[in-house]
Write a protein that binds this ligand. Sequence first.
Ligand code: ADP
Ligand code: MG
Length: 238
Amino acid sequence: MTALTLTNVNKSFGNVHVLKDINIEVEEGEFVVFVGPSGCGKSTLLRTIAGLEDVTSGEVCIAGDVVNQTPPSKRGIAMVFQSYALYPHLNVRNNMALALKQAKESKETIEERVAEASRMLSLGDYLNRFPSELSGGQRQRVAIGRAIVRHPKLFLFDEPLSNLDAALRMNTRLEIANLHDQLGATMVYVTHDQTEAMTLADKIVVLRDGRVEQIGSPMELYNNPTNQFVAGFLGSPA
Ligand code: ADP
Ligand code: MG
């Protein structure tokens, strides 16, 4: 089954046309990276998938259901932001548990899910710490843990590594790749970084000025860029 289908999606803010006739299909279990320069509409696109923004026209379909009218909490998605967005007054355990508590999951389920996520992300020793007592890399792992515990149909990542220094960026990138292998989950990942796109993606969607410029596997795009923009962006030989 197709995990995500965007059909002729347009988004305007007032008279600023940000997303233009976007058509994208993501298969179940696929790791898809949306890549493009700053300001091209990546975050807006992710936010329309999440339901944090309404589309102006077109259709967003998740796991076979049209979700245009579905609120974010009912879309079966979990989003990880660049800024972590952890609750400063909650320890790691409770940051991860919060969404499950709000969804009225049982105590046993919550404990199991938190244990599972902290095992996957090596957070077992940090469960009682508060966000201010963690490094940037640990905070981002907690943010990812908060997504994992919800067992979403679809993970959405918005530049999750951009606040980390170079070494941590590589580690966390490998961790996200591992996670994808372990969970077999569908992941949509936004970045402006070519290396992240080339190393993580099964499929890359190159965006430019609110339009899809090209879609393909990393090798297809690298070897057969349809134009100079894609070639330049992915560092293909001239
Ligand atoms: P990216 O994530 O690729 O850097 P964004 O999706 O954040 O790009 O932004 C794309 C364009 O949409 C930018 O020109 C930005 O100014 C505009 N934009 C984003 N959100 C809003 C908003 N809430 N109101 C008006 N313009 C917005
Ligand atoms: Mg952005």
